[in-house]
Unconditional design. Sequence first.
Length: 88
Amino acid sequence: MAPKNSINKKSETDNNERIYLKKIGERLRYFRKKAGYTNSEYFAYENNISRPQYGKYEAGANIQLNTLIKILKAMNVSLEEFFTGFNE
């Protein structure tokens, strides 16, 4: 059985991960709209990205770095721009 302290740290880590993924989703939505796409499905369709999966990314689902880069490239956004001010 794992020590109680270990369980609390895992729970805290999971919570932090959810917070970061939610922020990534919010930033994806922001930059999608800034790129002129009011509808996430239209953006996904236009850029050959799974529409249901893209919607999940904006909702805070886990995303691989290579997928994030592909999406940002379609939005004409650099990683630096995407993450600027991320922790504010």
